[in-house]
Each structure stands twice: as structure tokens, then as C-alpha cells.
Design a protein around this ligand. Structure first.
Ligand code: ADP
Ligand code: TRP
Length: 335
């Protein structure tokens, strides 16, 4: 067991432009794992998860390509990792159905994406399920299928996704208990330090709060957004606390160790917020320039993305098909 190559898998749902919080919280740690080269790494666009929210045709298409282009632009090498689109792997959806039959409904009632909407509806005094589709309700089952089908050992995610990984473990355990040891129980990888990246207004950066810095915004737009980052009222020339500053936190994600130390010293000396923002813009822009260019090139050539994704789907299906057969045999589908 121990000398088997570890399987690391993660997905991103295309429900908005990829922002700096997604990058730092989910993409960067996953890329680091890929570059270590010590595991089989699978990265996918969770497009059918996205469909629970995005039901506009062109938006759905563009956001899906956007995720793929983001991965590729940031240096994910399709020769070294498996990159695919969820909807190109039908085995996932068959497994999802099988798993849903072993999933207590109560487990879904407690899943946070659904619960958040139900609680809000209750506060508003409307029927709790208003605006909830069945796809959204059973979303964690599909996510369990994504993970379990590939016998994933570890799943890099942001903190808010831990509950979903735990649900995947619960479902795997229920299956294993009933049909014998079949699924590996997945673990998660969460970077505690960067688990909640603040947005422009200081709350968690999230498309739901419209406070994001999209990763591949144009240079001009990036500058504008950085200027909007909320700061406290410490006057220029007075020392500032790096530990509580969004500007400092973002800076440290894009700068070298040496730059970070220099920036820290400037905070102590009393850099003005305006200057600090300029320096942040400079490091972010330098870091993102190359990937932004590749991103735009890829988005202009979706057929290139399609080719890469369909190659990836072949590899993913080659792993998925035998596992699904095993599951079907376990449930008694075969003699
Ligand atoms: P959003 O909150 O904008 O809707 P998603 O829920 O689509 O973002 O998140 C995609 C991935 O990025 C998840 O793994 C999530 O945990 C991570 N993530 C999102 N926002 C942040 C943030 N502000 N800080 C750290 N990680 C984040
Ligand atoms: N639910 C995840 C999110 O909202 C996306 C996702 C779908 C995922 N399937 C996954 C992440 C499997 C990791 C593994 O961000």
C-alpha cells in the first residue's frame, strides 16, 4: 500500500472569473504539488457542478474554458498531469447515482451550500427550498464521485470545502461497510495560513461579495482594483501593521522572500497606503504578466484547449472505467 504513488485530485467549478483568492487558496497549492512530481495529479473543470448555478449558455461555456486556460496559463503541464473536463468523463455521473443511493438525505440537508440558502430563505420568511435545484442539493454526492472514482489520497481545497471532503469519506465508508472495502478514504490539503484571503472590502474574497480581484484582469484594471483595497486610517509616515494588512498579505503571495522583508521594513518605517498599493501592483503585475498573456492566447484559441482536454479525458477515463466496473460488480450488477 505505502509505496503506491499517491493520487492528488482537485477541481474548480466554473461559476465566476478566477480570482486571487481562488488562486492563492486553491490553485497555487495544487500547482506546487504538481511541480513536486511525486504524485499522480488530476485537475479538472467541475463544469457540471457549475451548471447548478450557471444556466446561461455562453457564460457556462466561457467560464469553463476560462478555468482550463487558467490552469494551463499558470504552467500546468498536460504531459505531466491529467487535466480534463468533468463532463467528458461519464463514469463520474454513473458513480454519482450509485453513491446517491447510499447517501442519507439528512447528510445533504446539513451540507453548507444548501443549508446557507435554506437558512436565508427561512430568515426571509419564504419556503426553505426556494431557488434550490436538486443538482445543488445533491452537489456533495457528485463531488464524492469526482474524488472516489479516482481513489484520491489527497484533495487540495480551500477551507470551505473541508465539509465536502468529509461527506465523501462518510459516503465511502457507508459503501465499504455494505459492500466490502472498495473506496480509499480521501484526505484534504488546506493551507492554514492562506485559507481565507480577504477581498477589497476586507471580507473573504468571494464572487458572492463582489469584492474580488480577478486573476487575469488587464493591467489597467488590476491597478484600479488594487487602489480600491480598503485600508485603515493610519496617516502616511506612521508605522503600519503588516499582520492586519490585506496589501501586505497579497504582496507576500507574489513577491520573493527578500522583497517581503523589505516591504515589512517599509511598513515599520511608515510607508503611505498609496505607495504600498503601488508596490503591490508592481509585484503582482510582474508575476502575472506572462500567465495573463498565455491566458489570453488560449482563450482566443478554444480548439487548442479542447484538444488538451480531450486527451486528458482519455487518460482520466482509462483510470475511471476499471474502478466503475469494480463498483458495479460490488453492488451486484454483474454475476
Ligand atoms: P467563491 O467564494 O468566489 O465563490 P469558490 O467557492 O468557487 O469561490 O472557490 C473555489 C476554490 O477557491 C475553493 O477551493 C475555495 O476554498 C477557494 N477560495 C475561494 N475564495 C477564497 C479565499 N478568499 N481565500 C482562500 N481560498 C479561497
Ligand atoms: N466543490 C468545489 C468548489 O466549490 C469544486 C469541486 C468539485 C471539487 N468537485 C471537486 C474540488 C472534487 C475538489 C475535488 O470549489
Amino acid at each position: 500500500m505505502r509505496n503506491e504513488i499517491e493520487i492528488v485530485l482537485t477541481g474548480i467549478k466554473p461559476t465566476g472569473k478566477v480570482h486571487v483568492g481562488n488562486y492563492i487558496g486553491a490553485i497555487k497549492p495544487a500547482l506546487q504539488i504538481a511541480s513536486a512530481g511525486t504524485s499522480t495529479a488530476l485537475y479538472f473543470i467541475a463544469d457540471y457542478h457549475g451548471l447548478t448555478f450557471i444556466q446561461n449558455r455562453s457564460e457556462f461555456r466561457d467560464l469553463s474554458y476560462g478555468i482550463a486556460a487558467t490552469w494551463l496559463a499558470l504552467g500546468l503541464d498536460p504531459e505531466k498531469v491529467i487535466i480534463y473536463r468533468q463532463s467528458d468523463v461519464p463514469e463520474i455521473f454513473e458513480l454519482s447515482w450509485i453513491l446517491s443511493c447510499l447517501t442519507p438525505k439528512g447528510l445533504m440537508n446539513r451540507a453548507h451550500a444548501y443549508k446557507a440558502i435554506a437558512d436565508k430563505n427561512e430568515q426571509l420568511g419564504v419556503e426553505p427550498d426556494t431557488g434550490v435545484n436538486i443538482g445543488l442539493f445533491t452537489y456533495p454526492v457528485l463531488m464524492a464521485a469526482d474524488i472516489l472514482l479516482f481513489q484520491s489520497d489527497r484533495v487540495p481545497v480551500g477551507k470551505d470545502q473541508i465539509q465536502h471532503i468529509e461527506i465523501a469519506r462518510d459516503i465511502a465508508e457507508a459503501f465499504n461497510r455494505n459492500y466490502g472495502d472498495t473506496f480509499k478514504l480521501p484526505g484534504y490539503i488546506v493551507d492554514e495560513q492562506t485559507s481565507v484571503i480577504p477581498g477589497l472590502d476586507g471580507r473573504k474574497m468571494s464572487k458572492s461579495y463582489a469584492n474580488t480581484i480577478p486573476l487575469f484582469e488587464s493591467e489597467g484594471e488590476l491597478k484600479k482594483l488594487i487602489n480600491k483595497i480598503k485600508t485603515d486610517s493610519t496617516p502616511p509616515n506612521e508605522p503600519k501593521d503588516p499582520a492586519t494588512s490585506t496589501i501586505f498579505l497579497l504582496y507576500s503571495e507574489f513577491a520573493s522572500q527578500e522583497q517581503i522583508e523589505q516591504f515589512r521594513a517599509k511598513f515599520r518605517e511608515g510607508i503611505s497606503w498609496g505607495e504600498a498599493k503601488q508596490e503591490l501592483f508592481h509585484v503582482m503585475n510582474t508575476y502575472l504578466e506572462g500567465p495573463r498573456k498565455r491566458y489570453n492566447e488560449l482563450m482566443a484559441a478554444p480548439e487548442q484547449i479542447d484538444r488538451i482536454l480531450s486527451e486528458g479525458a482519455k487518460k482520466a477515463r482509462a483510470m475511471a472505467a476499471p474502478m466503475l466496473e469494480k463498483v458495479k460488480s460490488r453492488i451486484g450488477r454483474y454475476r
